[in-house]
Design a protein around this ligand. Structure first.
Ligand code: IVH
Length: 706
């Protein structure tokens, strides 16, 4: 049929033809890539693609996001664009033993308040050793693919993902308006071996294992390179979805398959713990014969309504767990024990090994945990040791092979001095960790803290990784966090500007300054996390930000809590703690141990100096409760007491926190609501004495609209 020149078509005609071309090319791609049975000659196929390009050039507004023209050859960009996921991408809690799987099931039961007779079906799936991917579909059309990144936002690898023949660009049958599909991009073992063999023949670099090969192939700036790499895909979960699509995980997998997604066929529906463990044992035996690498089994609670109720912790869902295969072991010689100094001054012994391959990865160092552990196992330099490695976990020294010990070996001696700064290294009675007493005068601690400060989940300053921090510290440019923000100003008039230093081009210096400027405003929770207070990780930092709201309020309250604790220490033992301390330890999940670390931090003048210096050069944004919009309890402090009927205590707390409420463990004047179940005791009477709002479980549920 003669073709009308593209510019002479009406938009409607163009859209119809584009649609038809898109479908024809996709069908041919499937036949070519998946079935290995081309349906068109190369020349005819090229003609279809040429016509498609012509029409898209004439009517750019009609080019569909799932157009085959976007499958290959995207222009190499500056890097990948960062895109926020609609729902965070979580990781999984790992467990290594059958007992730990049993505990997982128990936790699920407790949270849901189930009795022993009620079955909790689990779906068991192989845990694919690849990299996770988020695939966004709108009205059944593929729109975007992003890597996991930090869980909140990832890199836009859409152009590269389009080159995977297995990725459906248009779904079969009706699909939700918006749907994020989660899966794993991986490389089959045979493909990996062939790729490495070809690279080796050409004198190019090879990959250490299929997972690295998959990650390296997907993160190519030129999608045409990705297109030549044999990548595969399995889909196994959803993120955001505009309507419910299944009431069980099993049914969800079936729907994914029907839409055209590749779904792993080797899955099991397990009615109880024994069936789940049997699935894993059987899969473990098949492992070596599988076409791809797996590192364990993922168990997922089958009922979606239960998944929803279980919800998630900071980064992991409560409804799933990864049961990792037993660690792989090997023997090698421990050449010496090195002492590393961490950001909090902890001295960590590290085993320096004669390099050896364990589970496909070369291992040259292993952790020895702490000195008590070394003494208990009597590990010595020169010993032959058994090491093990499981997944991403740091390799460990498990035991010494006694028969192979050299005659002249000597027991390990814990260091009396910090190997970096020479300050005394102290190990308080009853504690496992020895610490350098040098504080920020210790170079290792200062540098490690700066690295932590700039890291992704803290201030997130791009370009300020370990190597650059070390250089900037060693050259005297940065001593404390605030110096980072004075770096650019300090440059003017310097005899040796940064951009003249080896390894620093003018462009990278400019980029670094821009990245630093972009972080002059920081949310309170990141600010707190960045301070490196022991036991204050991201989750605790967020809780503190939620409870104290502003930097000024938090700083004042912590200083007061520290002063109260110190006063109580010096006064007689029975002196009651003050209100600031009580408030701090009443925060659910904080407690006296964490509070003690915070108080220790605030009791040191040099820490306060660092904090105030920093606060002078950055703007700390007040913390906004996450679910504040539309939530009637955002920012309110709630205490649960007594036994609840429809919710377990854990579930009630998790639900309240998800709605932006602060959950406290004890009642005080700052409590907004006390939710009292059956047999509520002293907390209820205290609430009455204080005249607080007391709600029944039903009233609470009504308040939050459940
Ligand atoms: S489900 C919220 N299922 O393992 C649940 N993950 O260690 C999201 N993975 O980030 C994950 N196979 O990249 C799930 N069958 C499977 C998986 C799987 C591999 C990866 C995934 C995840 C990581 C967590």
């Amino acid at each position: 049929m003669p073709q009308t020149a593209a510019p002479r078509l009406t938009p409607l005609e163009a859209r119809i033809e584009l649609d038809r071309l898109g479908r024809a090319i996709a069908a041919h791609d499937r036949a070519y890539y998946q079935d290995d049975a081309p349906t068109l000659s190369d020349a005819d196929y090229d003609a279809l693609r040429r016509r498609l390009r012509e029409l898209e050039e004439a009517f750019p507004e009609l080019a569909r996001p799932d157009s085959p023209s976007r499958r290959v050859g995207a222009a190499p960009g500056e890097g990948f664009r960062a895109v926020a996921h609609l729902q965070p991408m979580m990781s999984l809690e790992d467990v290594f033993t059958d007992e730990a799987v049993a505990e997982f099931l128990q936790r699920v039961r407790r949270f849901l308040g189930l009795d022993e007779t009620e079955a909790v079906d689990l779906v068991a799936e192989p845990k694919i050793d690849g990299l996770s991917i988020n695939l966004l579909y709108e009205n059944g059309a593929f729109v975007r693919a992003t890597t996991r990144g930090d869980g909140a936002e990832g890199e836009d690898v859409t152009a590269n993902m389009r080159t995977l023949a297995e990725l459906p660009l248009r779904l079969t049958g009706p699909a939700p308006a918006v749907m994020e599909v989660r899966g794993e991009v991986y490389m089959r073992r045979a493909d990996f071996l062939a790729l490495n063999a070809a690279s080796e023949a050409k004198g190019e670099k090879t990959f250490a294992n299929p997972r690295n090969a998959a990650a390296g192939s997907l993160r190519q700036l030129d999608a045409a390179v990705t297109a030549r790499r044999p990548l595969s895909l399995f889909c196994y979960a959803l993120g955001e979805v505009s309507e419910a699509v299944a009431d069980s995980h099993r049914a969800l997998l079936d729907r994914l398959k029907a839409w055209g997604f590749p779904v792993n066929p080797r899955i099991g529906l397990c009615r109880d713990l024994d069936q789940a463990l049997a699935f894993t044992r059987a899969l473990g035996e098949e492992r070596a014969e599988l076409a791809y690498d797996i590192d364990g089994v993922v168990y997922k609670v089958n009922r979606i309504d239960w998944q929803t109720r279980l919800g998630r912790r900071d980064r992991t869902p409560r409804w799933a767990v990864a049961h990792k295969f037993p660690a792989e072991r090997a023997q090698t010689v421990l050449e010496r024990i090195e002492i590393q100094v961490g950001r909090t001054g902890a001295l960590t012994p590290v085993a320096i090994l004669r390099p050896i391959t364990v589970g496909g990865v070369v291992v040259g160092r292993a952790t020895l945990h702490n000195e008590d552990e070394i003494l208990r196992k009597d590990v010595r330099a020169g010993d032959t040791v058994i090491i093990q490695r499981a997944g991403d976990v740091i390799p460990q020294v498990v035991a010494v092979v006694a028969e192979k010990r050299p005659a002249d070996s000597r027991p390990f001696e814990p260091p009396a001095l910090c190997p970096v700064c020479g300050s005394h290294a102290v190990k308080p009675e009853g504690e496992a960790i020895r610490r350098c007493s040098g504080g920020l005068t210790c170079r290792a601690q200062a540098v490690e803290r700066l690295i932590h400060f700039a890291s992704r989940n803290a201030f997130d300053i791009e370009g300020l990784g370990a190597r650059n921090v070390e250089f900037l510290f060693a050259s005297g440019r940065i001593k404390s966090p605030a110096d980072i923000f004075r770096l650019e100003a300090a440059e003017t008039g310097t005899l040796l500007p940064l951009k003249t230093q080896p390894g620093w081009g003018a462009k990278s210096v400019e980029k670094l300054f821009a990245a630093i400027t972009a972080r002059r405003r920081v949310p309170l929770d990141r600010f707190i996390y960045a301070l490196c207070i022991r036991q204050v990780g991201e989750a605790t930092a967020r809780l503190l930000a939620l409870h104290y709201h502003s930097l000024t309020a938090w700083r004042a309250a912590m200083a007061a809590a520290a002063a109260e604790r110190d006063a109580a220490r010096t006064a007689d033992a029975a002196a009651p703690p003050g209100p600031a301390w009580s408030h701090l330890i009443a925060i659910d999940q904080v407690g006296p141990s964490v509070a003690g670390e915070i108080a220790d931090f605030f009791a040191e003048d040099h820490n306060l100096a660092v904090l105030d210096d920093l606060a002078a050069v950055v703007t700390v944004a007040d913390f906004a409760a996450p679910a504040a919009a539309g939530s009637p309890v955002a920012g309110k402090t709630v205490v649960f007491t007594g036994s609840l009927e429809t919710l377990s205590r854990d579930e009630a707390k998790a639900q309240a926190q998800a709605l932006g409420a602060k959950v406290a463990g004890s009642v005080s004047g700052k409590t907004d609501y006390v939710v009292a179940g059956a047999d509520a005791g002293s907390k209820l009477s205290k609430a009455r004495d204080l005249g607080l709002a007391i709600l029944s479980e039903a009233e609470w549920l009504a308040l939050i609209g459940r």
